[in-house]
Design a protein around this ligand. Sequence first.
Ligand SMILES: C[S@@+](CC[C@H](N)C(=O)[O-])C[C@H]1O[C@@H](n2cnc3c(N)ncnc32)[C@H](O)[C@@H]1O
Length: 221
Amino acid sequence: MKRKVITTSDGSTSIEMEEWGETYHSIHGAIQEARHVYIERGFDKIATPEIKVLEMGFGTGLNAFLTLVEARKKNKVVEYHSIEAYPVTEEESKALNFEALYDISEDEQLFNQMHQCTWDTTHQITSAFKLHKIHNTFEEAVVNQEFFDVIYFDVFGYQFQPDLWSVEIFQKVYDALKSGGVLATYACRGPIKRAMKQVGFTTEKVPGPPGKREMLVAYKQ
Ligand SMILES: C[S@@+](CC[C@H](N)C(=O)[O-])C[C@H]1O[C@@H](n2cnc3c(N)ncnc32)[C@H](O)[C@@H]1O
């Protein structure tokens, strides 16, 4: 499917799936949404000095990049695993402007490293941030059990990919999460909440980012 790089209302870039008119992030602000949903409602809720993150959908790498920035600010050590079946091209990743919007030395080439590093191997991006990108589908990927503190559930909307918001996929991420772990997602539909509850999550509706009234956070007891 054809994709194009777009600019959202906060000045940060994203990607649009042209046939669907579906964007990887909110058109009201990609960075604004990603920080609100995944950093503030997910990553920041974990108090331990070492945090293991599992992301469903590496896409533009925005969530990985923002997690690295946040981890630096808070002196956290992160191991970040991310599943993606349809990686962006080099041309697309070079057109994304996230790093330029942050006060990060260009010499480090952090965002570039995240995209250029090979799949299915663990890479030390900085001394405190390990990245393991898994090139596979959510359905087929095998992930560690009871290993992750936080899950960023960032798949395309329910109206486009309802099968990815299913009991089977939520069971996979529930099993991957440690007890006390948290899952954050931008979505809030009834069937999504019901599928989460069916596998054992406790769910909570919380205010969404600008342009979205509510989003879901789910906890594993
Ligand atoms: C909403 S976008 C992800 C956004 C990403 N987290 C970011 O910050 O750019 C959803 C992602 O899921 C990927 N995807 C779609 N179907 C998939 C599948 N069945 N298995 C794995 N990845 C899939 C897409 O290629 C896309 O990168």
